[in-house]
Ligand binder design. Structure first.
Ligand code: BT5
Length: 259
């Protein structure tokens, strides 16, 4: 990867500016700093390696050199998008799932921010915001995708099984093309972010739908129930044993043991 080639291959997309790094701490951290200064809408930070890649709750995200995709897209939400910012994680997840589908793969979205192939995590998304008073001024949508097998961390570092595109597609995976398609997908989906069909397409590819799941909320609390689908803000909708509806706004979903 290098800045000149990347800019050339992304030139047909209506992006802002593009910053490429051979290595960086975290593309999200760089994008957040850029977003607070002069970044245009749809500016992009890409790195070949991250030394301090981040997941949610300060978890680590591994991006070894030459083996993965790590990029962060800066969005300056338009007025009509502001009511739907909680759906933006779905924008990235759907675009990733679509790009994998066009390569003959069946991807699922493990709510809220993981993309699975064959039940294993191939990609993670981290959405962060820059606030201006009470309003979100900018969003940074960070995407990490395991391209080669060597991108997958060792089992003891994982909370959930992981995989790479190489495992499904072989070693000739063109990561720049995949990134191009994901960005094109996000740009194409963006005008539909507020529609019911956006939520419907997101629900359609949700992992564990109709199954008994356990959602760990990150505070030691776990909620169990049947995974029904999504609320209109992108929260997860479960039903408990009495059939009552439960809404979950944050957490890690897994199949309920022994279900
Ligand atoms: C995520 O968090 O899955 C969000 C990952 C977002 C990464 C991108 S890369 C570009 C941008 N810049 C950043 O600094 N971040 C974003 P979460 O759901 O909290 O999952 C984190 C957990 O995934 C870790 O605790 C590990 O168990 C596991 N993990 C770490 N690296 C992994 C990898 N390469 N593949 C699969 N799982 C991984």
């Amino acid at each position: 990867m290098n800045q000149v080639e990347l800019k050339k291959m992304l030139s047909k997309l209506p992006l802002g500016d593009v910053r490429y790094f051979d290595w960086i701490g975290s593309t999200n951290t760089e994008a957040l700093a850029w977003a607070t200064s002069d970044a245009k809408d749809l500016s992009l930070v890409i790195a070949d390696e991250q030394t301090a890649g981040r997941g949610r709750l300060d978890r680590k995200w591994f991006t070894p050199k030459g083996a993965a995709l790590a990029f962060s897209l800066i969005l300056r939400p338009r007025v009509e998008e502001k009511p739907f910012l909680t759906r933006m994680v779905g924008l990235a997840a759907l675009a990733i799932a679509d790009s994998l589908r066009t390569r003959g793969l069946i991807a699922q979205i493990k709510w809220p921010n993981d993309v699975l192939l064959n039940g294993r995590k191939v990609a993670g998304i981290l959405v962060e915001s820059v606030w201006s008073g009470e309003e979100v001024d900018c969003l940074v949508i960070g995407t990490g995708i395991n391209i080669l097998k060597s991108a997958v961390p060792s089992v003891e570092l994982l909370q959930f099984p992981a995989t790479s595109l190489e495992e499904s597609l072989g070693p000739d995976v063109q990561r720049e093309e995949i990134m191009h398609d994901i960005l094109a997908g996000m740009i194409a989906l963006r005008p539909h972010i507020g529609t019911d069909s956006f939520i419907a397409s997101w629900e359609k590819v949700l992992a564990f739908r109709g199954k008994q799941v356990q959602v760990e909320e990150g505070n030691g609390n776990a909620i169990t129930g049947k995974l029904l689908g999504l609320e209109s803000d992108g929260s997860l909708r479960l039903s408990d044993e009495q059939g009552r509806s439960i809404t979950v706004r944050f957490g890690d979903v897994r199949l309920r043991p022994h279900s």
